[in-house]
Design a protein around this ligand. Structure first.
Ligand code: UTP
Length: 234
């Protein structure tokens, strides 16, 4: 069975607690899980950033702020896990090995952050390496990787395909403070480079984009891979 690690940014799943879109992802994830083993890594979103805003005003250091961010990712992951009901393993994995063991149930495995100094992008890359996934899908609030931030630069162009080395070239200048927001964090890009598992960055704001990519092979986004592999449908 194919294995998919899906990184669902908190910015699309829980932009704020009041504006969460969790119920819109439940059927999409179940559809994907009917054909593949699915692991979902959930981000912290707006609530993580609010908490990290408070840690800064209190003079709390970056590593401790990251720990707060991790707690929020796990709360968001719990919301998704419970919303998935029987389709999900009934606990949020807190380590990669735990995720591997939970996957033996055949159910969707949900997890959040793991360790300071990174984001859930890195968690999904390491998880993919741990479980020998076929692909990492990053569902985020842009429709791929751009040469510059498309929200700030009208001349930014989207890549359909790029190598991990090219990705590293684009993001290596970014800072990795708690709550920071680049399209993919550098730890994730390094892991993708070493493990050779393709990464696909797709606009996840419309949940069906994710299932259409996996089940039908149609998507707009960026494939990061060393080889010109054909990926979907699974
Ligand atoms: P993310 O940055 O991964 O969530 O985690 P997000 O903001 O929802 O992601 P996007 O922007 O939508 O893709 C929130 C914060 O939690 C801490 C970091 O401070 C991160 O910015 N964190 C998360 C860690 O320190 N380690 C982890 O493994 C995961």
């Amino acid at each position: 069975m194919t294995k998919i690690v899906l990184s669902l940014g908190g910015s699309i799943l829980v932009p704020s607690l009041e504006s969460h879109t969790i119920s819109r992802y439940v059927e999409v994830l179940k559809k994907m899980a009917s054909r593949s083993q699915v692991f979902v890594v959930v981000g912290g979103g707006g609530e993580a950033r609010r908490y990290i805003g408070v840690t800064r005003t209190l003079g709390i250091n970056e590593a401790a702020s990251d720990e707060i961010g991790i707690m929020i990712t796990r709360i968001n992951a719990s919301l998704l896990m419970y919303a998935l009901g029987d389709a999900a393993y009934p606990a949020v994995a807190t380590s990669y090995q735990e995720a591997r063991v939970f996957a033996e149930s055949g159910k969707i495995v949900v997890m959040g952050g793991v360790t300071p100094g990174q984001t859930t992008d890195a968690v999904s890359a390491v998880l993919a390496e741990t479980v020998s996934a076929d692909v990492v899908i990053n569902g985020t609030s842009v429709d791929g990787i751009y040469s510059a931030d498309p929200k700030k630069d009208a001349h930014a162009r989207r890549y359909d395909r790029m190598t991990p080395q090219e990705l590293l070239g684009i993001i290596s200048a970014a800072r990795l403070d708690a709550g920071s927001n680049t399209v993919i964090d550098i730890v994730a890009a390094k892991i993708i480079e070493r493990c050779g598992i393709p990464l696909v960055v797709i606009d996840g704001r419309r949940p069906e984009n994710l299932s259409e990519a996996v089940c039908e092979g149609t998507f707009t986004g960026t494939v990061v891979s060393d080889t010109a592999c054909s990926l979907f449908p699974f």
